[in-house]
Design a protein around this ligand. Structure first.
Ligand code: NAP
Length: 275
């Protein structure tokens, strides 16, 4: 139970794989590449092996509560908790996708907001003193909030929004998308954007809770944007390589012992951004 441990979701490709690569080089402890599909995950572990790196593997589908619970129990039993958690797994419909907006809203929020929240619900109690939690969000979440009604902006930016209120707002977006009324109800017309507005807001809420409930544990929790990165999600025209996209998430994951900031921030290019 002595070794330190870092856990990355959606580690089999894209930015997640690059985060695992960087942690294998820089983190002192075991690094877990997790993936929803065992075959894709193990192939990724093998590919890093050819680079001389030795990540470990655990199955983790964030949309499957049993998978989250099993993984959490594994890390608790084997390591007594988790030192670094990077919630990287996420999805985005392609612009050309013809799925109805209501479906895109439900499916996108399911993974990017509700399932990531399930991860945090089950893993936050495992985060050890001095731990680091990084939620890979997007600057799109910020831009999306700026396109929402004044009333929504006020709630998302308030210091007293609770997790329950946020969950209610995210569910309301899905319900209103299904009714076709989300735009007149004040939302921006982007499911991915709203999912990331929710994830960034959730990060603020959980960081405030950590400061209140575990003030002496030195845990730092932040949301970040990796930039626009060449992956299956963003396509080949993006300017950054996956390794470059991993830099800010890894910087936050490896904030040195004793650091007190950033905490409860949205960070891009290693700089705290306004919300
Ligand atoms: P990607 O190449 O499409 O990779 C996404 C990863 O998430 C894959 O490993 C995928 O696994 C995994 N995933 C999806 N649903 C999952 C689930 N239910 N459980 C576990 N893993 C799941 O995308 P990416 O560009 O690397 O994106 C990584 C993160 O960065 C996402 O949160 C994304 O929103 C964010 N981001 C990306 C950009 C960009 O420009 N690329 C910009 C801003 C933010 P499978 O292979 O099994 O599908």
């Amino acid at each position: 139970m002595s070794s330190r441990v870092a856990v990355v979701t959606g580690g089999n490709k894209g930015i997640g794989l690059a985060i695992v690569r960087a942690l294998c080089k820089q983190f002192e402890g075991d690094v877990y590449l997790t993936a929803r599909d065992v075959g894709r995950g193990q192939a990724a572990v093998e590919s890093l092996g050819t680079e001389g790196l030795k990540p470990m593997f655990h199955q983790l589908d964030i949309n499957d509560l049993n998978s989250i619970i099993n993984a959490a129990a594994f890390f608790k039993q084997k390591y007594g908790g988790v030192d670094v958690l990077i919630n990287n797994a996420g999805i985005a419909f392609k612009v050309a996708d013809t799925a109805p907006f209501a479906v895109q809203a439900e499916v996108t929020l399911k993974t990017n907001f509700f399932a990531t929240r399930d991860m945090l619900t089950h893993f936050m109690p495992l985060i050890k003193a001095g731990g680091r939690v990084v939620n890979v969000s997007s600057f799109v979440g910020c831009r999306t909030l700026n396109q929402c009604s004044e009333a929504l902006k006020q709630r998302f930016r308030s210091d007293d929004i609770t997790e329950d209120e946020l969950v209610g707002l995210m569910q309301r977006f899905v319900d209103e998308a299904k009714k076709g009324s989300h735009k007149e109800d004040g939302w921006a017309d982007t499911a991915y954007g709203v999912s990331k507005t929710g994830l960034t807001t959730l990060s603020y809420i959980l960081a405030r809770r950590l400061s209140k409930e575990r003030p002496n544990d030195g845990i730092l929790l932040n949301a970040c944007c990796p930039g626009w990165v060449r992956t299956d999600m963003a396509g080949p025209k993006a300017p950054k390589s996956p390794d470059e996209g991993a830099e800010t998430p890894v910087y936050l994951a490896l904030l040195p012992p004793g650091a007190t900031e950033p905490h409860g921030k949205f960070v891009s290019e290693k700089e705290v951004q306004p919300w």
